[in-house]
Design a protein around this ligand. Structure first.
Ligand code: DGY
Length: 328
């Protein structure tokens, strides 16, 4: 039997590529940048599997073109770049990589919280530019993390990892989520369930961990910034467009909130001349929350396993649209 043809849209860890290459005719897109739309459509025509990234737009046109496609395996937990309804309609399973990045992502959210409140980047620039002339009691003041109140918006797997870290900093944790956690979780992590407005109003740090859907698009906008404390720090490691960036800019500029730490932006990448990058009180890093060695290796391996399972007609170890199995 001939091997299935697969398109891998970026170089991932060699272990995972070897796993795929051993069982398929693999074509690897070697560029740093994503394959342009026309190339993606051309490759889609005759491949049975695709390993995609969150920067590849797999829309209805893609699925229409990909007549032989048996599986999509995305190396990310999020899959808002994929028309999942269309894939499901066509009974194509979508693999993704949950769990293995929870700790790394929560580490980054915590890091952004601390770096934004204690002005790490701003003070580093100050030193490098020769501004450090003396110790001064009023230089680079910022709010304490230890003992503060953390508001977690979206208490899924990564939100819970944040709560785990917050325990070590003796923080009070308020959270909001459509689904309340079990009483056992609430007790173990000392979580207090509140509505969004109360979380925003009472928290010193607000960390976003919801998925991007039409409902969460611009979940944090002008109205929500008005609820926040002037000392509040907002952290986003979820998806950029959950926050309305024009409203965020105004809030930071007018010091209505203290600072923001962003791993994700809208759009991505953020251009060099974007207004947010002119602010001292906004840290932006290039969507690297899951970029620990072990997380990215595990994501690569999981993506390879999902891809091969789909090509073999087996259930994907991590499937974003399990309805496809019910429908079969
Ligand atoms: C994801 O997995 O969705 C992150 O945004 C990248 O690791």
């Amino acid at each position: 039997m001939s091997k299935p043809k697969v398109f891998v849209t970026r170089r991932i860890f060699p272990e995972a590529l070897d796993m795929i290459a051993a069982k398929t005719h693999m074509e690897l897109w070697e560029d740093e940048l994503p394959p342009p739309k026309d190339i993606l459509l051309e490759k889609a025509k005759d491949c049975q599997g695709i390993l995609s990234l969150l920067t590849d737009e797999l829309d209805a046109e893609f699925f229409k073109t990909a007549e032989e496609l048996r599986v999509v395996s995305q190396i990310a937990v999020g899959y808002d770049n994929i028309d999942i309804a269309e894939a499901t309609r066509r009974l194509i399973p979508i693999g993704h990589t949950p769990h293995v990045l929870n700790a790394a992502t929560a580490d980054m959210a915590f890091l952004l919280m601390m770096a934004s409140s204690r002005r790490l980047v701003e003070s580093q620039i100050f030193v490098k530019e020769g501004g450090w002339r003396t110790w001064h009691p009023m230089h680079f003041l910022g709010p304490n993390v230890y003992g503060a109140t953390l508001g977690i918006v979206g208490m899924g797997r990564i939100g819970l990892e944040m709560a785990r870290r917050a325990r070590g900093f003796d923080m009070e944790v308020l959270y909001t989520d459509p689904n309340r956690r079990s009483p056992e979780d609430e007790q173990e992590f000392n979580l207090k369930y509140r509505d969004l407005d109360e979380v925003l109003a009472k928290s010193d740090f607000i960390s976003l961990h919801v998925i991007l859907t039409p409902k969460t698009h611009h979940l944090i906008s002008k109205r929500e910034f008005h609820f926040m404390k002037p000392t509040a720090v907002l952290v986003n490691t979820a998806r950029g467009s959950i926050v309305d960036h024009a409203a965020l800019y105004n809030s930071l500029k007018k010091r209505e909130i203290f600072a923001a730490g962003l791993d994700v932006t809208d759009p991505e990448p953020l251009q060099k001349d974007h207004p947010l990058l002119s602010l001292d009180n906004c840290i932006v890093v290039p969507h690297i929350a899951s970029a620990s060695f072990s997380s990215r290796l595990a994501m690569s391996n999981l993506a390879a396993q999902n891809l091969l399972a789909g090509l073999n007609g087996e259930r994907l170890p991590n499937c974003a649209n399990p309805e496809v199995y019910g429908a079969r």
